[in-house]
Design a protein around this ligand. Structure first.
Ligand SMILES: [Mn+2]
Length: 374
């Protein structure tokens, strides 16, 4: 019986420049923390090894400090860690891996598999790694697995990074291809894959672990790792998913047309907490009162969320007659307001909406100062 913790796509050193600096820093930090959690799970479940299926680092140019911190984060599990490079951290002649070696950052229980040759791990299984030595390859690096000899009837475990052909990609020219059916053809007991950021089963012996900490919107089933148990050579693996991620990334595209739509969105915003990373792109239209309510809910949510990106470009502001009257805009300002309402339907819609919003905001603020607007 062997047990393995399969993970991939740590993308250590990833910079989240689409967010505000404090949020970006926390998300950068979360990628080290999840490695510590993985080490904790491996120790607690007493696995025989941890397999990391590539894209351990996000970039070849991460700092020396980042390299050291990554290996430090693995210290909670003293058993074997087996890593391969992926397309982001491929084993070029000068790479993040050769730098880690020079820094002396790699603990003796950590094996960075930079060449395609079998490793017998702790006398318990044979690991067949398919490291990427360049960012893109067009040959299948797992081709050699079938010819690798058996070792005293030990389970055969493959470790690779790329795209299973015909399943994740119909394109036969896609980079870093892995033949469908490789596990069966190469007599593997389990094939541990990386590159796809969500957990995904390909066949009864082949899985993508997904990234243990979500790093993008539209990464379904990410934020987990796989605990794999194999009774012995030839037995089918039992695979259990384990939750590892802290942050929940969600992308919402609410369409607002009636007041209850706004209320629903405000309720959703009120439930946001510090583990939410949210992107909101609103469509449709709302009146001034609803817009004010939404604005207040957004500001409050922004201070609670880990990150919140609001895109209101496609949201039209449609002040009602009451809105306009409540602004007490008459004469020239009143006419300008009416004109901007009309122009929102035209080519300069964006400009008109911004102008309308600005004007409404100014009038609103003046109104509340003089007590007229309430
Ligand atoms: Mn990749």
């Amino acid at each position: 019986m062997i047990s393995l913790l399969h993970t991939a796509d740590w993308q250590i050193g990833r910079v989240f420049s689409q967010f505000e600096p404090d949020d970006a820093a926390a998300l950068f930090e979360a990628r080290f923390k999840v490695v510590e959690r993985l080490a904790g799970i491996a120790a607690e479940r007493k696995v025989d090894a941890v397999l990391v299926a590539g894209d351990v680092f996000d970039l070849q140019t991460v700092s020396d400090k980042t390299i050291r911190r990554m290996f430090n984060a693995m210290q909670g599990f003293a058993g074997p860690w087996l890593l391969i490079p992926g397309n982001h951290d491929s084993a070029l002649s000068e790479s993040v891996w050769s730098r880690a070696e020079r820094l002396g950052a790699i603990a003796p229980n950590v094996v960075c598999c930079l060449a395609p040759k079998p490793h017998t791990v702790a006398g318990k299984f044979v690991l067949l790694p398919a490291p990427l030595t360049q960012r893109h390859t067009y040959g299948d690096l797992t081709d050699w697995f079938a010819a690798a000899p058996d070792d005293a009837g030990l389970p055969r475990i493959g470790l690779a990074h790329g795209c299973v052909q015909g399943i994740l990609s119909e394109d036969i020219d896609s980079a870093n291809p892995i033949a469908a059916g490789r596990a069966g053809e190469a007599r593997l007991d389990y094939l541990a894959l990386g590159d796809w950021h969500g957990t995904r089963q390909i066949d009864e012996r082949t899985w993508y672990a997904g990234t243990p900490e979500t790093d993008r919107f539209r990464a379904n089933e990410s934020g987990q790792a796989l605990l794999v148990s194999i009774a012995g050579a030839g037995a089918l693996p039992e695979v259990e998913t384990v939750r590892t991620g802290q942050f929940a990334w969600q992308q919402l595209e609410p369409r607002l047309s009636v007041l209850s739509d706004v209320d629903e969105l405000v309720e959703r915003l009120d439930r946001i907490d510090g583990n939410d990373v949210l992107q909101l792109r609103a469509h449709g239209s709302c009146d001034l009162g609803a817009h004010r309510k939404l604005g207040a809910a957004l500001e409050a949510a922004r201070a609670r969320a880990r990150a919140l990106v609001w895109d209101g470009e496609a949201l039209r502001l449609e002040p009602t007659e009451e809105d306009i009257q409540a602004l007490h805009a008459d004469g020239f300002v009143g006419e300008a307001l009416q004109e901007l309402r009309v122009q929102q339907a035209d080519a300069d819609a964006e400009l008109a909406r911004d102008a309308l919003l600005t004007l409404a905001r100014i009038l609103d603020a003046q109104g509340s100062r003089t007590g007229a607007g309430a």
